[in-house]
Design a protein around this ligand. Structure first.
Ligand code: A3P
Length: 303
């Protein structure tokens, strides 16, 4: 039995492709009680959300490295975690339904979501609550390759990469269509409680991003603290950090569903432009045309 092969639903006007269990949580997510001092991270899957989430959580929580030993999916969880697997696994991993337990989390809560803006809690969308919101973007070629590896490991996807990229371009992978969600986030960028960052930027100059985020969260850091956080967030350190490398979670998923996640690294090479190792020049050209077609006539200028 494969929890992610149970089927997909198309949610909202933009027909967002989500696991079938979404139906059980749609209302709970919509009515979720947001707090003004929450920190939300909104981004599509495989855009570096775990990396960014770790940075946000540590800055928001005064660099409490001791408390950061708690696994990331329970410390700064995905809002819609409950929709990803059937309830028996959610019970085992999360200790029961997560969304209701988020109410008991101490402030400041750090919560991430891959959901299209229109599917987020009402209080965020209508502005009645103003949590800090970070929007993270990554080039779709690298995100697609990363999601392909993830789909093979965690949902037993058996197709080729070329087949997967066709699904990705057609918006038929989890959380697709890519551009619909990207624009739903992009439209929020001028709000005073919103900050945009990119995976590229984090790769190019992490201390600069840390400084920018610390200012945004009103938690200024010294140069020494920034350096310490940069080291903690380096790919080699994160690969060895069991609170963020998801090794235990992958093991549980394998035991339960006979998948092969444990053989895959969740934190892989983490490169900008790493897609060339798997994507043929022809597929890359298809992505270029698709990117051009989708951003032409808009002011989207991140990649
Ligand atoms: P790759 O598969 O391209 O290596 P998410 O957390 O949204 O699922 O994103 C996963 C991607 O972020 C993976 O990309 C992973 O390797 C990358 N990543 C995780 N930690 C990272 C780090 N410390 N530095 C750079 N990339 C990182």
């Amino acid at each position: 039995k494969n929890p992610l092969r149970a089927g997909y639903v198309e949610a909202g006007e933009d027909k967002v492709c989500l696991p079938i269990y979404y139906k059980n949580y749609e209302e709970k997510i919509r009515k979720f009680e947001v707090r003004d001092d929450d920190v939300f991270l909104c981004a599509l899957p495989k855009t570096g959300t775990t990396w960014c989430q770790e940075m946000l959580w540590l800055i928001a929580n005064d660099l409490n490295y001791e408390a950061a030993k708690e696994v990331t999916y329970l410390r700064c969880p995905l809002l819609e975690s409950d929709i990803l697997y059937d309830f028996t696994l959610i019970n085992e991993i999360m200790g029961g339904e997560l969304i209701s337990r988020l109410e008991t989390f101490k402030s400041p809560r750090c919560i991430k979501s891959h959901l299209h803006w229109s599917l987020l809690p009402e209080q965020i969308r209508n502005g009645s609550k103003k949590p800090k919101i970070v929007l993270l973007f990554r080039n779709p070629k690298d995100a697609c390759v990363s999601q392909y590896h993830f789909a093979r490991a965690t949902s037993g996807y058996k197709g080729t990469f070329e087949e997967y990229s066709e699904l990705y371009l057609g918006g038929k992978v989890a959380y697709g269509p890519y551009w619909k969600s990207v624009f739903s986030f992009w439209e929020q960028r001028s709000k005073p409680n919103v900050l945009v960052i990119t995976y590229n930027e984090m790769k190019e100059n992490l201390p600069k991003v840390i400084k920018k985020v610390a200012r945004f969260l009103e938690k200024p850091l010294t140069d020494e603290q920034i350096q310490g956080l940069e080291e903690h967030l380096s790919i080699s350190s994160m690969k060895n950090n069991s609170a963020v490398n998801l090794k235990e979670l992958y093991k549980l998923v394998d035991e339960k569903y006979k998948l092969t996640a444990a053989k895959t690294e969740f934190i892989r090479h983490g490169k900008v432009g790493g897609y060339t190792s798997l994507m043929t020049p022809e597929t890359s050209a298809k992505f270029d045309a698709w990117i051009k077609e989708n951003i032409s006539g808009t002011d989207f200028n991140l990649f």
